[in-house]
Design a protein around this ligand. Structure first.
Ligand code: 5GP
Length: 194
């Protein structure tokens, strides 16, 4: 997605050869216009898949997921990372090791929002080692729903997440694929247009 790649080039800050900061449009301040375009692109890629719900994880997955949900006309469920007094019934949980925080946390979704008939699109802001995606996959599997694919805003293709997920038979659609963050520079994977 060219507009996203240009935004990353213009505003992304390379913190190390492993971590990209995009707080000006995705992870802190949010660019609604860009999020809307991202939502449209996810919807275009998954419009044939009969998606009934989107599942994401708080907090940075919510903006792109809601925009995709608006385009596809389906509800969006976000997994919670913190315990909530109101999140009580029929909890589906998974353990996720956070790439950025370096801590393990329990994520949870109420099973009352997912059923065996659902066809799920999982959306997240970044894909690195695939831990967040695997946790969401586990939750959807526990509900017996079908996972139609994963929509990722920024994939760091030099980390193992994509390959692990593809090995498991998951379809991964990433809007910007980063090949390297070496020497403070963002290099994208060259993709052949279909
Ligand atoms: P994974 O679980 O695939 O290892 O990492 C994905 C999660 O870690 C995402 O939900 C995202 O919040 C965070 N993350 C991973 N890499 C980066 C990065 O380079 N920059 C930012 N801002 N977040 C990242």
């Amino acid at each position: 997605m060219e507009v996203l790649k240009r935004k990353i080039e213009e505003e992304g800050i390379v913190l190390s050869d492993q971590v990209l900061k995009v707080d000006s449009f995705l992870n802190h301040q949010i660019d609604p216009d860009l999020m809307q375009q991202i939502g449209k692109e996810f919807a275009r890629r998954f419009e044939q898949d009969g998606i009934t719900k989107i599942v994401t994880i708080e907090s940075s997955g919510i903006a792109p997921a809601v925009m995709a949900g608006l385009e596809l006309g389906v509800p969006v469920i976000f997994a919670r990372k913190r315990k909530s007094l109101t999140l009580t019934d029929d909890l589906l949980t998974a353990s996720v090791y956070s790439f950025t925080k370096k801590t393990e946390s329990q994520i949870a979704v109420s099973g009352s929002h997912l059923s065996k008939e659902d066809r799920i699109l999982i959306i997240d802001d970044f894909l690195a080692n695939g831990q967040a995606a695997e946790g969401l996959l586990s939750i959807v599997n526990q509900a017996g729903a079908a996972v139609c694919g994963l929509g990722i805003v920024i994939e760091k293709s030099f980390q193992p997440g994509r390959d692990e997920l593809v090995k498991k038979g998951c379809r991964v659609e990433s809007l910007a694929r980063i090949q390297s963050l070496k020497d403070g520079k963002v290099t994208f994977v060259q993709e052949v247009r279909s």
